[in-house]
Design a protein around this ligand. Sequence first.
Ligand code: SF4
Length: 258
Amino acid sequence: MFDMRSENADKYVNKWTDLEAEDLLADIFKKFGTQTAIGTSFQKTGLVIMDMASRVTDTFRAFTIDTGRLFSETIDYMKQIEGHYANKLYQGKIQVFKPDENRVKEMIKQSHWREYLFLESTSHREFCCKIRKVEPSDKALKTLTVWITGLRKDQSKFRSTLPKIQPIIANGRQIIKVSPVYTWSESDLDEYIKKKNLPVHPLYSEGYATIGCKHPCTTATLEGEDPRKARWRWELEDDSSKKECKIHLSSYGDGSGI
Ligand code: SF4
């Protein structure tokens, strides 16, 4: 594995910050090849990024986190996307990282709500996100040097504070987190998808603006509603920017608090 610490990560921050998404991806794949991986939960951002990658490189790696609580539509859609990019995806498939089964079993036992422990309190919900999302993300980050994310500036107040290119320490290693469509709006994504005639996740046509774990963690949104409100709706958090599973928190620690 390429050791980013041996190079100056700031050099890449300076080089990549002003590049347009497609040029940025081309440069990253040229330099880092399959040490780069696109993390996707099958939202429009991941689709657009994978499509751009398919146009600028012969092979690209993509991965997802199967929390064990995904919508069945997401599993079916993943197969559809694997077929769509079969000739370009590294090893012909999207890599799937899952939570440790024993950790999930232990977690479930700790609440009378069992699998639905996230309904008990915000800290239970955060614990569930840690076991089912953050820890598998940790496993994924151990395998790469450049982490491509679908994060966008206008998704929430919190996300608008994050940089487009960010060196982070994950599992004691320095890697670079890159958000190629950071400044894109929802309509920019829609325009790209329409122009290239790409297949979007089927739940978008059922009113979902964000794709995550199944009900009740992710719900459809009402007309004009902030999409982050569709996550953990029962928490009644006024400030939706605080609704994060911690994968994108900048206080990324050594293997925990991603
Ligand atoms: S979104 Fe819900 S089910 Fe998924 S990991 Fe977080 S709390 Fe658990």
